[in-house]
Design a protein around this ligand. Structure first.
Ligand code: ADP
Ligand code: MG
Length: 728
């Protein structure tokens, strides 16, 4: 009888690509299922359209009457798309999105019904949300949480449901999601950046943070996935010896995309395009069966919604193609993990990218202002940046010599480094002579040219300047970008406010504006120097050097998360009105809990797989060997038989040694789990799971993986890496 693994493998060999043909051009499909501006113009009376436009652009409140009109238009439009239900679509702190569907349909009398949807239903909903994580903010007996409409992100139809992007708050008004603090952070950076822009251009009235994410993921066949309880339950292979061939040949990277995969990509991209997600780039990644998808960048809040939608669409579409998408940061030990680079910049309403060098000294001084302030923000708040990307999954990636290290630093390239050094040394204290000013301006004017040939790219830096944007590379592939974007935009806003204050003081003292700005920049450059690193972030030398510089290397999530209860951090988020101390505390607790739960589930699966899958296979094989030895002894007699069975006996002993070590470590882990469960405090428990439980994982796996190499291939129950990573 074939084992589960053999059946699964047979399934894979029988698969053919599922091509789905679309008629028409992709450009004609773009945004077809989105209630965007143009649709609103068509469906709304003109005064309602104007209020809606106002509300989207300036965040003004929509009057009740207008909300009714918008709801009615939204419903009429959604019905033409075949929608029967609507849902408030929100981002609880679990990391994915949530929805609760209600029908438009409403019975209004015997045998009579209408399709109903009004302003009340659009603006607010009360999902029974008692089981979403809330860090103790909401007791379950007052389980009310509210979702409230975010008009700045357009509604859309998926399948037969109208989805309305919303924030998620508690009965007492505290945020329970990523969207609400993100909107606040974006507002803060808008205000602070607009103020600073006034030094350079009075026409700037709004600054949008922009986000362009790059989503990495693995694909594996559904049947193989189903035969691996670890992948099913944790998204990561907790066992499995590396395949003889990994990624060393680099033959997968940018190679031709297999047919089955291409068919899957075409379908999920088309779905994405219908939903207005501007996906443009796809390619193979470094590891076998690893891929990447990236869109054009967009305004940050919308871009984040789009990323969450995309992850959802990818997972659904993959099933149709008999694949499973693995978004985990490190599904397979020994080959690269997955990240989600967050490309970030600031764009003005006048069409200027504030992190792109300009054509003349004036626009370059503006560029330098935003550039240097970003570096200073990173320098001052590196710990918070580390914490906002911390997760059980990302711990396997950061610092694992193929992903950015857990030490936060910024890479800006040798040319810009040279320029900052020059400013640091050449801006004179006191009044500058006209010659000195001209000299400096000439140098600043050279920025675009020097960037043109600035081709050095540093893939080992967690935070890299790439010519016209910063790329935060340490974000994990499962993460809600909101977490990183809340922090980045908040610390930037905070830094810009401080900068403006200092420059204004200098101007009040009689310094000319440009000189005041340059001197302030010089000060920031000096103060933030230690965060700049141009070398190899994977090297051991960097770990030593970083320590000398006083940069932290927080290797695991529980240590990184501690920063959220630091007084300075609490004040920062409170002062900036992004998160109250209570909200911050709740978030920290949720993060600790998330970590504990993830490790706890992994520990259970490890125990289960060892006990009920690996041990039986090992015993089976040992029995086979023992029978063989017994047979040899019986036929050949003890002396000759022992000589003939030498290799088998040695093998039996090797297997027993690994078997015993695996089993006894698994037992130790079980005891440790019981001890860790006794901690009641979220932080202590997370630390216990990290230091007492997780420490055993590698040892157990080491022996299990050795057994995989020793035991008869026919008997091994778990699909092997070579099967999961090299079949298409
Ligand atoms: P690569 O990094 O692969 O060379 P690009 O530099 O073209 O590719 O861009 C990578 C990502 O950065 C893309 O997703 C793109 O949308 C995004 N991006 C480009 N410009 C900006 C910007 N001003 N703000 C935010 N993201 C941007
Ligand atoms: Mg990139």
């Amino acid at each position: 009888m074939a084992t589960k693994r053999q059946q699964a493998y047979q399934d894979v060999l029988n698969r053919t690509p599922k091509h789905i043909e679309f008629n028409g051009r992709v450009s004609e499909l773009f945004g077809k299922n989105v209630f965007h501006m143009e649709v609103m113009r068509e469906y709304l009376p003109s005064d309602a359209f104007k209020s809606m436009q106002e509300s989207i652009q300036n965040g003004t409140r929509l009057e009740r009457k207008m909300a009714d009109q918008v709801a009615s238009a939204m419903k009429d439009w959604a019905l033409t798309k075949g929608a029967t239900h609507y849902t408030h679509w929100f981002q609880p702190l679990t990391g994915s999105t949530a929805e609760k569907h209600d029908a438009f349909f409403k019975p209004v009398g015997p045998g009579r019904a209408i399709e109903r949807f009004d302003g009340d239903l659009l603006v607010q909903q009360e999902p029974d949300a008692s089981s979403f994580p809330n860090g103790g903010i909401r007791n379950t007996f007052e389980a009310r949480g509210y979702t409230a409409w975010d008009p700045s992100s357009p509604a859309f139809v998926i399948g037969k449901t109208l989805c309305i992007p919303t924030i998620f708050i508690s009965y007492t008004g505290e945020s329970l999601d990523y969207k609400m603090p993100l909107l606040k952070a974006l507002n803060a950076v808008d205000q602070a950046a607009t103020e600073v822009c006034q030094y350079f251009d009075k026409n700037v009235t709004k600054v949008n943070a922009t986000l362009g994410w790059e989503q990495e993921y693995f694909l594996i066949d559904q049947s193989l996935f189903n035969a691996r309880p670890d992948l099913m339950m944790t998204g990561r292979a907790l066992f499995g010896h590396a395949a003889a061939k990994g990624q060393q040949l680099e033959d997968h990277y940018f190679g031709s995309i297999p047919d089955r995969v291409a068919a899957f990509m075409r379908e999920f991209e088309t779905e994405s395009i219908l939903l207005g997600i501007p996906v443009t780039t796809r390619h193979n990644e470094v590891a076998p069966n690893q891929f990447e998808c990236a869109p054009m960048f967009e305004e940050c809040n919308l871009a984040n919604d789009h990323n969450l939608l995309l992850m959802d669409i990818m997972e659904k579409t993959a099933r149709k193609h008999n694949f499973r998408v693995l978004l985990h940061e490190k599904p397979f030990a020994g080959v690269n993990g997955s990240g989600k680079h967050n490309n970030w910049s600031l764009a003005t309403n006048t069409g200027v990218n504030l992190l792109a060098p300009g054509k003349n000294p004036k626009s370059n001084l503006q560029f330098l202002t935003f550039f240097v302030n970003t570096i200073k923000a990173i320098h001052d708040h590196a710990d918070i940046l580390r914490a906002c990307i911390a997760s059980a999954g990302n711990d396997h990636r950061l610092g694992a010599n193929e992903a950015p290290p857990a030490i936060i630093s910024a890479f800006i390239g040798s040319q810009l480094s040279g320029l900052l050094d020059e400013i640091e040394q050449n801006v004179k204290a006191g009044r500058m002579t006209p010659e000195e000013k001209t000299e400096l301006k000439l140098n600043i004017g050279k920025i675009p040219q020097i960037l043109l040939d600035n081709t050095d790219r540093n893939r080992t830096s967690p935070f890299a300047f790439t010519g016209n944007k910063f790329e935060f590379r340490a974000v994990g592939s499962t993460a809600n970008c909101g977490s990183a974007m809340i922090v980045l935009n908040t610390i930037m806003a905070n830094q810009l406010i401080a900068f403006k204050k200092s420059v204004d003081v200098r101007i009040d003292k009689g310094e000319a504006k440009d000189e005041a700005i340059l001197k302030e920049l010089q000060k920031l450059i000096k103060e933030s120097k230690k965060i700049r690193f141009e070398g190899n972030g994977y090297g051991d030398e960097w770990v030593k050097e970083a320590e000398k510089r006083g940069l932290k290397n927080l290797k695991d999530t529980p240590r990184a998360l501690k920063i959220w209860s630091d007084k300075k951090v609490i004040h920062l988020f409170d002062d900036m009105k992004i998160l109250t101390p209570r909200e911050l505390e709740a978030r920290q607790e949720i993060e600790f809990d998330n970590y504990t739960l993830k490790i706890q589930i992994e520990a259970r699966i490890i125990g289960d797989v060892v006990q009920s899958m690996i041990i039986p296979a090992v015993v089976d094989y040992q029995n086979k060997l023992l029978k063989n030895v017994q047979g040899l002894l019986a036929v050949l007699g003890e002396k000759v038989g022992n000589e003939a069975a030498k290799a088998q006996i040695e093998l039996i002993q090797r297997i027993s040694a690994h078997f015993n070590s695996m089993k006894s470590t698994a037992d130790l882990m079980l005891t440790a789990r019981k001890a860790a469960n006794k901690f009641l405090h979220a932080e202590e428990k997370a630390i216990a799971y990290c230091d007492l439980v997780k420490v055993h994982f590698e040892e157990i796996r080491y022996h299990a993986d050795k057994l995989e190499l020793l035991v008869d291939d026919e008997l091994w129950p778990l699909p092997k890496f070579r099967e999961m990573l090299f079949t298409r």
